[in-house]
Ligand binder design. Structure first.
Ligand code: ZN
Length: 326
């Protein structure tokens, strides 16, 4: 983009700041005991103030309250959020804003942080409404993911009297994936075609760089405690069984089975093939790892399926262990 194009683009997106994302949305259900109980069960939160009427009555809360972290759920749109809108449907302001970013090459989106404030306990019978506004768009930033802008959305929650009960700030980075690499390649290559986007690179630090370096060399290693022999993954400095920090590694046979899996469909990241099946693989050595399941239709994958891994190059920058039906 030329400096003039950048100025025009920034003026266009900044015009959205302060605007409402959509009309205030009131929850389909009041705060209620059934949803609180389901949440507490799923989260494994056994605090009786959420579920035990008699206990809650004698507690400092004087009755059942909702877990504070349920705040967002009370005014959520539900499964319709995940559906792709019809091509002629009017986009909500956030989607409209993201579409402008996308059209200018800022196709990547990465949630970077959220901050939630709780002003009072919510109780069964409360009716929650969310009010979402685009709060700010940062100046142009050079990040490890690429050039982009941080977009901050603020969600304010009110009750049936209109009083504020909480607030959440949500920040995403809208970025141009790998643009620096693509531009550099275009400058040196004959056909000047931008490079295909690569996958997001796993951060390599003191404790795991050795593991990724072995992957680059075509080997899937499993860390092993030198003192008690326990295998562990992902790599970490200390044995969880005997606390020893002495370790070596063994090479995996790459044989295993699908312990669990999910198909990632939204949002679609540049550089990834879809359908994208992400599995938790139970290796025959005993440890598990997260890896893509490839070489078969996504709907043919099942829990318990025998798989065989192959450490292979998936794009210009990335080597990964992929697992195929055995
Ligand atoms: Zn050990």
């Amino acid at each position: 983009m030329t400096p003039e194009e950048i100025t025009a683009f920034e003026a266009k997106v900044q015009a959205y700041v302060g605007g409402e994302v959509s009309a205030p949305r009131t929850g389909k259900d009041d705060v209620n005991k059934a949803m609180i109980r389901h949440w507490a069960e799923v989260m494994g939160d056994e605090n009786p103030v959420y579920t035990d009427e008699a206990f809650a009555a004698t507690s400092a809360k004087h009755g059942i309250i909702a877990p504070p972290t349920m705040l967002l759920t009370w005014a959520m749109e539900g499964y319709s959020m995940a559906q792709t809108p019809a091509p002629d449907a009017k986009l909500d302001v956030q989607r409209e804003l993201h579409a402008i970013f996308d059209a200018h090459g800022f196709t990547g989106v990465l949630g970077t942080n959220t901050r939630t404030e709780f002003y009072r306990d919510l109780r069964p019978g409360d009716q929650i409404t969310s009010h979402q506004t685009i709060d700010s768009i940062s100046e142009r930033k050079n990040t490890a993911r690429g050039v982009g802008y941080f977009v901050e959305t603020v969600n304010t929650f009110t009750d049936q009297t209109g009083a504020k009960v909480g607030r959440q700030v949500f920040r995403v980075l809208k970025f141009q994936p790998n643009v620096a690499t693509a531009e550099a390649k275009a400058a040196t290559s004959d056909d000047a075609m931008p490079a295909a986007p690569a996958r997001i690179q796993a951060p390599r630090g003191h404790d795991n760089a050795w593991w990724w370096e072995a992957i680059d060399a075509g080997k899937l290693l499993i860390q092993r405690c030198k003192q008690c022999g326990t295998l562990r993954h992902p790599p970490r400095p200390m044995c969880g069984v005997c606390n020893s920090t002495e370790w070596d590694s063994i090479e995996s046979s790459l044989e295993g089975e699908v312990f669990s899996f999910t198909e990632l469909s939204y949002p679609k990241f540049p550089g990834y093939p879809y359908p994208l099946v992400c599995g938790l693989i139970q290796l025959s050595e005993g440890t598990r790892l997260v890896a893509n399941i490839v070489g078969c239709e996504a709907d043919k994958v099942y829990i318990g399926m025998k798989v065989k891994g192959k450490v292979e190059r998936v794009d210009d920058k990335t080597v990964l262990p992929n697992f195929y039906p055995a």
